[in-house]
Design a protein around this ligand. Structure first.
Ligand code: PLP
Length: 503
């Protein structure tokens, strides 16, 4: 069986656990993230076989390599259900060809129009499975800090899942109007949504401190509940994301754009480093990927880190057109550091990050990371140009997050002349950020969000996703705004209301 370890080493006895338990716990007891003790290999024959399969078949095969304590037949059923035509009309991860050498991997055909659905349609099934596999009788309380898209995708994935409650915190002024509306109108009997007067990092720090507060954990225990997470620190989030990298590679082979064994490059709009790290795992499994372009917006802490080896979060936080990437603590970078250097150095750096907000890795570590990752960033004006140029050149609409990755792919080609086929990850539907996209294309944006959707549709002759159009009719259920220091109290009252055994 493949076991999981904490990136910070922990104590041997309680951190070497099976995948179901890693998914149940979310975070390791020492504050580290769970990683498999080795990365399963894909042979050329495996890849060849995957090329002939559907997305759900690819997903269950790849997940079974990492989650080998789940029955394969169960993983197959989960994948068919999660990635079927009713959840992802038009396919889970279709490739759109731009110009022969560049294609766009559309990861936003799911229920909430952002790529988070790729993981969060699957993860609730993995969590339900893990409750059963580990004999857990208590109710899981999922706490989520979101920069916008995770919150809605998690609410949608977990709503009315038995034995699970979910509470989402989002930064009041850090998400788009559409994102706010998506969360405020969320349906389901086991859900809660709270706005925080602060930024994403405040929300994430708040959730982390609730997780590690023994008093709160005791209160939960008495209520027959326990905490878990759906943030991209949870292995159950990360593992399903490996699939679309392999799937994109296979689709390029099947279309005849590359031959099996040829290398490709991925350009990934990056915030928490979860998406891009899943791609790195696909590379480590044996998929021929030359490198990853780590694309950041104006909050370019990762670009600087890749250039200098210094990760320094003591810097201004910018609110941008690509809010899901407005992040100064890229939690999943810890997994990369662990993979490259082991738990000893990693846990030291994470302590320095917590205490001083900064750490420096040695040159040898930086060079070894740069073999697989090059960092680029894109300011607001460049984001607007990328949206406009892509539409003018190819008649293809992209959202601001995707635009950041398009910019990185262009810069990479200018700088290196590397003609290798490049796949740009498209992480949100342009309609999810209709205001920003419209202003890039035409300059004028209607006040009303739904008029903006119609205007974008008229102008480009593309269709408004039904998931967004239907929000207009839904009543707003959640309006509360809290300060970050009220998060613990709010969590306890949420638990009190929804975990019935609490006296
Ligand atoms: C979450 C998100 C990202 C960033 O992904 P990470 O895994 O945090 O790096 C990029 N674009 C969109 C639209 C997102 O929702």
């Amino acid at each position: 069986m493949l076991h999981y370890l904490s990136t910070r080493g922990g104590t041997a006895a309680n951190t070497r656990i099976r995948s179901a338990e890693a998914i149940l716990r979310g975070l390791a007891p020492d504050g580290g993230l769970f990683m498999p003790e080795r990365i399963p290999a894909l042979t050329r024959d495996d890849l060849k076989k995957l090329c002939g399969q559907t997305y759900p078949e690819r997903a269950s095969f790849l997940l079974s390599r990492f989650l080998d304590d789940y029955p394969v037949s169960e993983l197959e059923a989960y994948a068919r259900d999660a990635y079927g035509e009713d959840r992802f009309p038009g396919g889970a991860a279709p490739l759109h060809n731009l110009d022969g050498r560049r294609s766009v991997l559309e990861l936003w055909h799911g229920p909430t129009c952002a790529f988070k659905d790729m993981a969060l349609q699957m993860m609730p099934k993995l969590l339900s499975g893990s409750l059963r596999l580990t004999g857990e009788a208590r109710t899981a309380v999922i706490l989520v800090a979101t920069s916008g898209d995770t919150g809605k995708a998690a609410l949608e994935g977990f709503r009315d899942v038995p034995q699970v409650r979910i509470l989402v915190f989002y930064p009041e002024d850090g998400v788009s109007r559409m994102q706010k509306l998506q969360m405020a109108t969320q349906e389901g009997g086991n859900v809660g949504v709270l706005a925080i007067s602060g930024n994403f990092d405040d929300a994430q720090t708040g959730v982390k401190s609730i997780f590690s507060d023994p008093g709160t954990a005791d209160a939960l225990e008495r209520a027959g509940c326990f905490f878990s997470s759906a943030n991209s620190i949870n292995w159950g989030r990360l593992a399903p994301q490996i699939v679309y990298y392999v799937s994109a590679y296979c689709d390029l082979v099947t279309k005849g754009s590359i031959r099996l064994g040829d290398e490709i490059v991925f350009s990934v709009p990056t915030g928490n480093f979860g998406n891009i790290f899943a791609g790195y795992l696909a590379k480590r499994m044996g998929v021929p990927i030359r490198r990853f372009l780590c694309a950041s917006n104006r909050n370019h802490i990762l670009t600087d880190f890749l250039k200098t080896g210094v990760y320094d979060r003591n810097r201004p936080f910018h609110t941008t057109m690509s809010p899901s990437m407005d992040i100064l603590i890229s939690s999943n970078l810890e997994r990369l550091l662990y993979t490259v250097t082991g738990s000893g150095l990693t846990s030291g750096w994470m302590t320095q990050l917590k205490e001083n907000g900064v750490y420096r890795v040695p040159d040898a570590v930086r060079s070894s990371i740069r073999e697989s990752f090059l960092g680029y960033y894109c300011d607001e004006a460049q984001t607007i140009s990328a949206i406009r140029n892509t539409y003018e050149q190819f008649g293809y609409l992209i959202d601001p997050h995707t635009a950041v990755a398009v910019h990185a792919a262009n810069r990479y080609r200018e700088e290196t002349g590397d003609p290798v086929p490049t796949v740009i990850l498209s992480t949100a539907s342009p309609y999810k950020f209709a205001g920003a996209v419209l202003s890039a294309l035409s300059g004028s944006v209607p006040e009303d969000e739904f008029e903006a959707l119609s205007a974008l549709s008229h102008m480009t002759g593309t269709e408004i996703p039904a998931q967004l159009a239907s929000l207009r009719e839904k009543p707003v259920r959640f309006r509360t705004v809290l300060s970050p220091d009220e998060m613990t109290g709010a969590t306890l009252s949420f638990v009190k209301t929804l975990c019935p055994s609490l006296s």
